[in-house]
Design a protein around this ligand. Structure first.
Ligand code: KG4
Ligand code: ZN
Length: 348
């Protein structure tokens, strides 16, 4: 509908420079430039390299998005930008660009939370999110379960990882299996040829004694260590490492815990919608397992298509559109970045 707000979103919190344009819940453009290949040989994102790459990519990516959507900056109703959490220098590039464009074109600017944007992006595919919903957020830097009462104004954290994020566990296990960075997609691919029941890896914080204090929390560092020990034992014995079986069994352990806890949160709170967001939501086994198990309890699972799960500008635009539609006031032009922005801050 033409009277819905036309929102441009800018994302630079990690290694993807993203500019997305949406009208209401309709995606018009999703331009992306990634510096992932520049980080691969270090086995992780190098902040200084990421900042420099954003600086080089931001203007061309902006131009590509506007061309793709067939609009000009003058047509845009508001600019949304990731203000946190993320890498400090990387965030600054996006926020400075958003301010510059906002001043030049006299547009309001919304500094938004990257994690809330991972939830909001699903509205581009499945329409307005029924509230309350439970959200499972699983990315390279975060793993949380939250109750979404009102995505424009506030969410209630239920639990989070007490050590590694889910994506981090995928990346570390991939590394010890000799797979490239970022490891998630490679483990996903290898696992298809493997047996998920080949090795019984531990499910962190699921034992009765842990559930009392950590019912909705996650822990993946014990799992990562268990995989490392298992692989080392094989290598010491001079036996080949069955990469597909290790990948499948590891992935099964992660997904089992994520899905189990997310569905527990839905059932305990009487909630019928589970939305999954963040890079790990692109995982094929996580998507299939969540749908299968949720169906047994009459719970609907919403997961955006894999390309929208990993970082992009469209997710920021989607959250911006939701904020504008909900009547939330824009940010001040001197809005700060916050590399440790809490999940409960939706916009600044
Ligand atoms: O949300 P995201 O793009 O960036 C952050 O905000 O962190 O998430 C990146 C993470 C990486 O750890 C990557 O390995 C993981 O998402 N990932 C996957 C898959 N695709 C990306 N993990 C498992 N399976 C996948 N298919
Ligand atoms: Zn992310």
């Amino acid at each position: 509908m033409a009277d819905e707000p036309l929102i441009l979103g800018i994302e630079t919190s990690c290694d993807e420079t993203g500019v997305g344009i949406v009208r209401g819940h309709t995606l018009l453009a999703d331009a992306l430039a990634s510096s992932v290949e520049q980080h691969a040989r270090f086995g992780g994102v190098v902040p200084e390299v990421a900042s420099r790459a954003h600086l080089e990519a931001i203007v061309p990516t902006m131009q590509r998005a506007l061309t793709e959507a067939g609009v000009t900056l003058a047509d845009i109703d508001a600019i949304a930008v990731t203000a946190g959490p993320g890498l400090a220098g990387a965030l600054l590039v996006g926020v400075a660009a958003a301010k510059g464009y906002a001043v030049a074109a006299e547009k309001p600017v919304y500094g938004v939370n990257h994690l809330a944007a991972h939830v909001a992006v699903d509205t581009l595919e499945h329409g307005p999110l029924p509230e309350p919903a439970v959200a499972l957020l699983v990315s390279g830097g975060h793993s949380s379960l939250l109750l979404v009462d009102d995505l424009a104004r506030g969410v209630t954290p239920l639990g989070a990882t007490i050590d590694d994020a889910a994506g981090e566990a995928f990346d570390k296990v991939a590394r010890l299996l000799g797979l490239p960075f970022p490891g998630g997609p490679y483990i996903d691919r290898e696992a298809r040829a493997g047996d998920p029941a080949a090795i019984a890896f531990p499910r962190g914080l699921t034992a009765a004694k842990d559930l009392a204090a950590h019912r909705y929390d996650f822990s993946f560092s014990g799992l990562k260590t268990a995989v490392a020990r298992w692989v080392e034992a094989r290598q010491r014995a001079g036996e080949p490492v069955p990469v597909a079986d290790v990948a499948a069994s590891f992935q099964e352990a992660v997904c089992d815990v994520l899905v189990g806890k997310a569905l527990d949160a839905c059932r305990t709170n009487g909630i019928e919608t589970l939305v999954i967001g963040g890079g790990v939501a692109a995982n094929s086994r996580l998507r299939a397992m969540a749908e299968q198990r949720a169906a047994r309890h009459g719970i609907r699972v919403r997961v955006p298509r894999p390309g929208l799960c990993t970082d992009n500008g469209a997710m920021v635009a989607a959250l911006g559109a939701h904020l504008v539609a909900s009547g939330v006031a824009p940010s001040r032009l001197d809005l700060p970045t916050d590399s440790a922005m809490p999940l409960t801050t939706i916009s600044v």
